[in-house]
Design a binder for this molecule. Structure first.
Ligand code: ATP
Length: 362
């Protein structure tokens, strides 16, 4: 049995259902992200795990205990919020001690445990400071220490990095992940930042409209998106319109494109092809399959890569080419031929038929 089971959980506020039949099993020590756009129900689901909201339907079980009706303060859960939520009038030491006192820990255990937590977050000297004397990143590390001090069974992180500036965000996400691995604590991380979710998670539950659209390892979510929404929400995609041919073929302006998998629609039906910028190559030769001709609309030098926007029949295609000082990229207006492998392109069914359906990609 998994460590955290969320079984068919729904949540309505009045007539509006904001979490719909959410079903997820999380293993002990796993780091799972809830990723989705604003308003998709991530925080509401997290708050139900914490016990701050009661599900309208379904059960939540932690380590074999059904906690659905257990009050928040008896669930043994640690939580870190987006805003630094530290007590401004308490020192760092007392902020961390607070959770231990609430948990009823004997007084003699508190000081050594606070010292241990300060060492764990790399701030052993800062126990006497007040929150206003800390940087944003330091405050979030203290918030993390406060959440972890009582040894919770599950750690819940609600966009804990979103208020920080970009550089600290990247270093802190590595620190959080390292700490989580070291402690082996089962963690749920809420974010709307796909890069955060991709870089930190064992698994990502991509949410849309209160439902899980797809749950899987970052590699699978990125490379085998199961729905139109996941395909477009994660990473960058170019869309080209085509017409379904025989078998696994789609025609774009008369050119046959071969794919590994296509939607089950009749030949002649419209099909949209979706391509990642890194999957498209420019060194096309006449005997290659999946070749399209076009010309360069724009060329953006980004340092390690050059992002080209190409105009082809059926749409525009973004292409990332590695910067090579000896081979300048093609310039605006230049004619180019591009190609891609059958496994590097997804085919999306017509939206009218099924807005989020994609064939399984082997
Ligand atoms: P964000 O990234 O913006 O925080 P989210 O995915 O975490 O978004 P939620 O905060 O879970 O989304 O909100 C989901 C929906 O539920 C929103 O439309 C929100 O307005 C609504 N909602 C949340 N809490 C309540 C409440 N207490 N009463 C009524 N509606 C609520």
């Amino acid at each position: 049995m998994s460590f955290l089971s969320i079984t068919h959980v729904s949540k309505s506020f009045g007539p509006t259902t904001v979490v719909k039949d959410f079903d997820l099993s999380v293993e002990r020590g796993e780091f799972v992200s809830f990723l989705g756009p604003s308003g998709c129900g991530k925080t509401t689901m997290l708050r139900m795990i914490a016990g701050f909201e009661t599900p309208s339907a379904g059960r939540i079980v932690i380590d074999g205990e059904d906690v659905t009706d257990v009050p928040a303060n008896r669930r043994r859960i640690g939580m870190v919020f987006q805003a630094y939520a530290l007590f401004p009038n308490l020192t760092v030491h007392d902020n961390i001690a607070f959770g231990l006192m609430v948990a009823g820990r004997p007084k003699r255990e508190i000081a050594p445990r606070v010292a241990e937590m300060l060492a764990l977050i790399g701030l052993p000297q800062l126990g006497d400071r007040y929150p206003y004397q800390l940087s944003g990143g330091q405050q979030q590390r203290v918030a993390l220490a406060r959440a972890l001090a009582p040894s919770p069974r599950v750690l819940l992180l609600d966009e804990p990095l979103s208020a920080l500036d970009a550089k600290i965000r990247v270093s802190l996400r590595e620190e959080i992940r390292e700490l989580q691995r070291k402690l082996g604590i089962t963690t749920i991380f809420v974010t709307h930042d796909q890069e955060e979710a991709l870089s930190m998670s064992d698994r990502i539950a991509v949410m849309y409209g209160g439902r899980i659209e797809q749950c899987g390892a970052p590699f699978a979510i990125y490379n085998q998106p199961a729905t139109r929404f996941v395909a477009s929400f994660i990473g960058t995609l170019s869309l080209i319109e085509g017409i379904k041919g025989e078998g696994a073929t789609v025609h774009v302006d008369g050119q046959p494109i071969t794919l590994d998998a296509v939607p089950e629609v009749a030949p002649g039906a419209p099909v949209t092809l979706a391509l990642r910028p890194e999957a498209v190559k420019l060194d096309a030769s006449p005997d290659r399959i999946n070749t399209l001709n076009g010309h360069v609309e724009t060329s953006q030098f980004l340092g390690s890569v050059v992002r080209l926007k190409l105009s082809v029949a059926g749409g525009s295609v973004l292409v990332d080419t590695f910067n090579r000082p000896t081979a300048p990229p093609p310039r605006s207006g230049e004619s180019v031929a591009l190609h891609f492998g059958p496994s590097d392109v997804f085919a999306l069914a017509p939206q009218e038929a099924n807005p989020s359906a994609l064939p399984a990609i082997a």
